[in-house]
Structures are given as C-alpha cells and as structure tokens.
Design a protein around this ligand. Structure first.
Ligand code: GTQ
Length: 339
C-alpha cells in the first residue's frame, strides 16, 4: 500500500488531526508583530521620491508601512494598511475608486484637496478625510510646499474576503459637482443634520472631520472627563446617520493622554494602527517597548497586550488611531480583556 498520507494528499484532503492545534488555537496569535515607523526617518525619502518619481509614473506616491510579519502581500496589520503619501504643488493623483475603504489623516502642508464623488475636500494638518469604499477620489495640490498625510485602508481585509474591485475614472480628475467642503459644513454640527432627501448609508457622509472641531471637542471637555483607564480621554469620530463608526470596516479615534498618563494593560481582537499627533511616550506591546515621538506610526496586532504611557510629566500626548473593530463587531468576534 502507498503511504496513506501521500494518497489522501493527492485526493485533495488533509488529516485534520495534524492541523488541529493551529487552526483552533486557544487564542489568536497574529503573524503581525508590534512595530514602529519613525516619521523623521521616512520624510527625506518621501521628499526624494517627490522629486524623482512623477505621478504619471505612479498611481499614488506612497511609502507603505510594511509589518515585518506581513511582507507578502505587504500589510501593516492582518486587516489594515497604513502608508505615507506625498504630493507636491501642481500635481494631480488620478481619479479612481476601489471597494477598499480609505481615509487620510493630514500630517503636514497646506493647499491640497481630495475630490470625493465630486466634492472638493480641503486638507489641513490634523484633519481626517474619508474616502469610503467605491467612492471616486483624486488628489490635487494647489498650495506651496509638499503635502504629506497618513493613508489608512482596509485592503488586507477586503482582499482576504475576495471582495476587492478597482476602477479608473477615465479622466484624470473629477469636475467639481458640489460646493467645496459641503458635506463637512452640513454634517459636522452633529445635532442639526440635513432633514431633506436623507440617504443614510453605512458610511459617514462627512468628507472632512477638521482638526479645528477635534480641538474644540477636547477644549470643551477640558480636564473634566474621567477617560478610559487604558486609552485616556478617547473620542470616536462618528457617522452622523447612526452615531456609529465612520465606515463599516474602519473605526477612527483620537485620544488625549494626560501628562504622566500610564494606561492599564488591555488587549482586544481588533488590530490598531496609531499615529502620534503630538507628544512622546512609550507603548509596551506584548513586552516590546515602542518609543514613539511626534508623527510616528505604530502597529498593535490583534489580541496583543498594550499599555500606553505618556513620557512627559508636563505635556499632553495626542494619538490618532484606527481599527477594524466595526467589522469584527459586526461578525460577532469582538473581545477585549483589561488586566
Ligand atoms: O490615495 O487613493 O496609500 O488608492 C493606497 C491606495 C492611497 C489613494 C494608498 C490608494 C491610495
């Protein structure tokens, strides 16, 4: 008799008993590792490619933040991606759409905008711009100096689900089909929302959550909020249609860690990518110290135990973050543990 293991392999089968422990582990063990990308180290190369590579040669000029545990295809966590994009004055990045959901968190520069389904959405540092799945978007820069931002997408999740579609618009840029920044102006004051022709969908209709409003929200809270033991005074950007996360697969938050803040260790099934808006500190992830400073980006894999600390006794730290929590929650797979 031939080796029965070889025979069953040729028949397109596998012995479950040899795989069981890996497929049904007691708890998740991500292939993604805790990792930090230093903005100051990346910036010179972004500016180099802004000179060396035209946007006729590249769909987008982006350095992908590749997790050492997820190199092929590159991803930042199992479900999420982060990249740093640069565009210089006079350039356009051509219009396209994809089923992957995207957002931009603006890091530096002035004078660029993204046109999303015909609405020009202008960028300022600290703004959160949404490009939900299957929305047309192109970028343009009419200011001076380079404009840099953090891109967040869920393509690792979408592609794992075999749900990825992509399409070019056909013309390089979209014509403006709505007043500039209309969606932000209509919706940002969330307790008074347009009552005509409502078309609630799974995505927030807001093109830009401006930094000025985020700063106002923190200012209004002042020092009065208790905040989370693990995540500080943390605010969720919400969809005004339903109060939920901004997009069905990606949730975005902004947190203030008070001077001297030391968080209670916590873990959750969603993976998280952080961008340091202000300040410096240390996040310990499964025992590994990620020492972050302004504009850095770091990844916390799902179910990794994390603990934030603000390194300063006198200044706030401010962390923008995004997760796949909306998707995981919708699938009934959200879990968390606080130590
Ligand atoms: O700006 O449309 O970082 O399509 C990755 C894919 C940015 C974009 C990324 C994209 C974009």
């Amino acid at each position: 008799m031939t080796d029965p293991y070889e025979a069953i392999a040729r028949l397109g089968t596998a012995p479950l008993w040899r795989y069981y422990g890996n497929l049904f582990a007691a708890e998740p063990k991500s292939r993604a590792v805790p990792y930090l990308w230093r903005y100051a180290a990346l910036r010179p190369y972004l500016l180099h490619f802004a000179d060396a590579l035209s946007l006729e040669e590249a769909e987008r000029r982006v350095l992908m933040l590749v997790n050492p545990g997820l190199t092929e295809p590159p991803a930042t966590t199992t479900t999420l991606y982060a990249g740093i994009q640069v565009i210089v004055p006079g350039e356009t990045a051509q219009a396209h759409r994809h089923t992957a959901a995207a957002f931009r968190f603006i890091i530096e520069g002035r004078g660029a905008y993204t046109t999303v389904n015909g609405e020009r959405v202008h960028m300022h540092p600290g703004d959160l711009l949404l490009t939900p799945g299957w929305h047309w978007h192109d970028h343009a820069h009419e200011g001076d100096g380079p404009m840099l931002w953090l891109d967040g997408l869920d393509y690792p999740l979408v592609n794992a689900l075999d749900a990825g579609f992509f399409e070019l618009y056909g013309e390089r840029t979209q014509k403006a089909a709505a007043p500039d920044d209309l969606s932000s102006r209509q919706f940002i004051h969330g307790r008074l929302t347009p009552a005509w022709d409502p078309q609630p969908g799974p995505n927030s209709p807001i093109g830009n959550y401006p930094w000025t409003e985020t700063a106002r929200a923190f200012h209004a809270i002042a020092d009065d909020a208790v905040g989370s033991d693990s995540d500080g005074v943390v605010l969720e950007y919400t969809n005004p249609w339903n109060g939920g996360p901004v997009m069905p697969t990606i949730g975005c938050r902004i947190a203030r860690l008070r001077p001297g803040f030391r968080g209670t260790p916590r873990r959750q099934t969603p993976s998280t990518i952080y961008h340091v808006v202000r300040g410096a500190g240390v996040t310990t992830v499964d025992g590994q110290r990620l020492e972050w400073g302004e504009k850095d980006v770091f990844a916390v894999p799902g179910w990794a135990l994390y603990e934030h600390a603000n390194a300063s006794a006198s200044s706030d730290a401010v962390l923008f973050s995004y997760t796949d929590a909306p998707a995981i929650t919708a699938l009934g797979l959200y879990r968390e543990e606080i130590r």
